[in-house]
Design a protein around this ligand. Sequence first.
Ligand code: BES
Ligand code: MN
Ligand code: ZN
Length: 481
Amino acid sequence: MNFELKPFSLLEASTEKCDALVVLVPQDFKAAKDDLSELIGQAMKAGDLETKIAKLLCLYKPVQAHAIRVVLVGIGSGSARDVRSAVLAAMASVKAPGLKKLLVCFASPAREEAVRAVVVAVADASYSYTHTKSKPEARTLSKVLVAATNAAEVQITFDRAAGIVAGAELAKEWANRPANHATPTLLAQAAKDLAKLPKISCEVLGPKDVAKLGMGAFMAVAQGSDQPLRFIVLRYSGAAKSEAPTVLVGKGITFDCGGISIKPAPEMDEMKFDMSGAASVLGTFRSLAVLKPAINVVGLIPACENLINGQAVKPGDVVTSMSGQTIEILNTDAEGRLVLCDALTYAERFKPTAVVDVATLTGACVIALGGVRSGMYASQDDLGNALFAAGEMAQDLCWRMPLDDEYAEGLKTSFADVANVAGRAGGSITAAKFLQRFTEKFPWAHLDIAGTAWKGGAAKGATGRPVGLLIEYLVAQAYNK
Ligand code: BES
Ligand code: MN
Ligand code: ZN
């Protein structure tokens, strides 16, 4: 799908040939002299068009426009949220088969956040998962024009949003694929494919390499599955070699049945999404290749299944992590932190400016924040503030959570340096406290995306989050140099 920004007025938009023209009408709309504007003015006067958010008036081949379908939609005050709802509603009303070319036109000058919302909402509404369907209904939309009279002012935001969409769609795609179509080996292949893009390279480590590195925690999780583990190392080189990189770490559990501490059957299928952190790292690299910011980024993905065979790790087993710290695995379902802790230790070798890990880590985070904001932890305020701001900017929201040392009390054990679980209370925080033990050498942040990486229910599917947040954060690093 190709996005293009045009400096069109309503008059110019009405002369563009397309399958559908969506006109975003704000509550303070003032009709100009052209036919389409007059039509909108009349429809408002007659009470047939309301400018309340997502109120629609659909027209078929009106003489005032060259589009086959015209949808007039209210955007209220024109905030990002309002525009998103409006575009989603408009897209649902033009679900005609074979819709190829779409024009979305602002009826008054566009705000940056609104432009971004249009791009993201059009992409979300038209995404179609096809990989494992015998009669796929692929996306037909191939060209999206966004028109605003003040196009030049919002060009940078527009390009950024289109770059983010490219990455978020890759993240969605891999997160959506079932575990038998997204094994650790296939994830590694997806990373290698990314290395064909400019400025990106990739290296993949297997079981022997990981054993040599002493990643005992990661290996303990992987040993219960017949699928061999993969440790993926991606690099984006947008700046001089001498410049320290930011490291992103993505949890890549391609299926999490819980191991011996097995999960209940209902909704266990959703644990195919347990590699959403990894998928978001892949997606972020895709976006970096498009946007080409002047920074260096390393992506680390520990990928394996958390399953149960005769070799599976058992509750009470003690393993030695790459850091040398011993871990008592009291619950094999707390596997994410085990694969992440070794990846965090591995990150030290890059002498990073910051390390941000991304993981569907805890059910407790879903209880705390639901599906609106990701849980965000940061060892330093400036890093936490930068991630928070990036989330607001991208409308890919997060919320800072605490890291008081008292939360680590429950991780104490008589049999190892640390246990992999504490009690039920504050479960997202105690998981973060476990990870923090492996991050002493660099500024560190952790995003718990258990609630935000996918949606359950009838519209089950990956969201592509937090690619938007990560890209806004990384691009800001390039600007602030
Ligand atoms: N992948 C899960 C976390 C999860 C659960 C994400 C539900 C999304 C929805 C993780 O590996 C896990 O099982 N965590 C346990 C930790 C517990 C054993 C301390 C959890 O949250 O129940
Ligand atoms: Mn688990
Ligand atoms: Zn998990």
